[in-house]
Design a protein around this ligand. Structure first.
Ligand SMILES: Nc1ncnc2c1ncn2[C@@H]1O[C@H](COP(=O)(O)OP(=O)(O)OP(=O)(O)O)[C@@H](O)[C@H]1O
Ligand SMILES: [Mg+2]
Length: 310
């Protein structure tokens, strides 16, 4: 041992610290939720960050929000809650390490119950690095495992594509929430997403289910257009469509720019009320789904309906 260089010693110490983190178990059992859609700008990050914040503050749940998007928007959306000078391992390094542990990439916020794993630019490269790995769809499952006993909820904010990172998130998730903009282009991609969800469900994660489609950026003035879009999506997703919708509200945009959850920055805004109502329905839906005795995924049924409709 005396011939070991300091560098080697510090590497060994770091390895030991990692192992300790891996084995120090908590007492919780995380539910894992992916917020996904390959369509850009539909409110994935707004939903993931505000849902995470509400669950931690109003429901006293320990929450980890994981940003899988190289754009790193979660860190910006909740930036005002992040203390200065925090050191952490970038998620891209954790995902490409031999025995990565997500706890190394977690940062605290000024809210005790809310933790984040920021997304970093190198995650774009991680997409292609993962592609060449054996068991590439299961890497995040392994990396996330040490965190499961430390959180009540782990929420993935997925990138706007159906690449390896989104696949990895779906493989370790029990549920996904699909934000869908109330616009003519809203159907675009729903079919591709459903196809992916069905394949993941059949081949990689039989436990994956759609918790619901959440209509976002709804302009209530477009009554007839909204009705057409709602009916079309409802034909496919049935009860899976969330009753509560998120209206267009510039306060949501301003809160994101200020790096704060909407109900912290503008608590009486329409956006805050919409996300509050959505969170209540989220909890209600989750409890209903979980109390069903033989919980089985409905993805293939939804996909069959979708084939009929289109
Ligand atoms: N209901 C809303 N009303 C007004 N602005 C909104 C609403 N929801 C989201 N926005 C704004 O729209 C933009 C895109 O939202 P967001 O970043 O949540 O989408 P995204 O699906 O995560 O995008 P990307 O695919 O690029 O990751 C942001 O500037 C956000 O503040
Ligand atoms: Mg986003």
């Amino acid at each position: 041992m005396s011939r070991l260089t300091d560098k080697l010693k510090s590497l060994l110490n770091a390895e030991n610290a990692n192992l300790q983190a891996t084995f120090a178990k908590g007492t919780r059992s995380a539910r894992i939720i992916s917020v996904c859609s390959q369509k850009g700008g539909v409110g994935k990050t707004t939903t993931a960050s505000n849902l995470g914040a509400i669950l931690s503050k109003n429901y006293n749940k320990k929450v980890l929000v994981v940003d899988l998007d190289p754009q790193g928007h979660i860190e910006k959306s909740l930036g005002a809650l992040i203390p200065e000078g925090i050191e952490y391992t970038p998620l891209s390094s954790v995902l490409t390490a031999k025995k990565g542990n997500i706890l190394d990439a977690v940062i605290p916020t000024t809210w005790e119950n809310l933790n984040l794993t920021p997304g970093d630019k190198e995650l774009s490269e991680t997409e292609s690095i993962l592609a060449s790995k054996i068991g590439k769809e299961f890497i995040l499952s392994q990396v996330i495992d040490p965190a499961l006993s430390h959180y009540d909820f782990i929420i993935f904010d997925c990138p706007p594509n159906l690449g390896n990172l989104t696949l990895n998130a779906l493989v370790c998730s029990e549920y996904c929430i699909v934000p869908c903009e109330m616009s003519v282009l809203s159907f675009e991609g729903v079919s591709d997403l459903l196809e992916t969800l069905e394949l993941v469900n059949e081949r990689l994660n039989a436990g994956l289910d759609i918790l619901g489609v959440l209509f976002t950026r709804v302009d209530k003035r477009n009554t007839s257009m909204n009705e057409i879009i709602y009916t079309h999506i409802q034909k496919q997703f049935g009860k899976k469509v969330f009753r509560n919708q998120i209206a267009v509200n510039t306060a949501l945009n301003k809160a994101q720019l200020a790096g704060l959850p909407i109900f912290e920055k503008f608590p009486s805004s329409k956006g805050a009320k919409d996300y509050q109502a959505f969170s209540e329905e989220f909890i209600e839906k989750l409890n209903k789904t979980e109390t069903k005795k033989n919980k089985s995924s409905n993805i293939s049924k939804i996909r069959a309906k979708q084939r009929k409709v289109s």
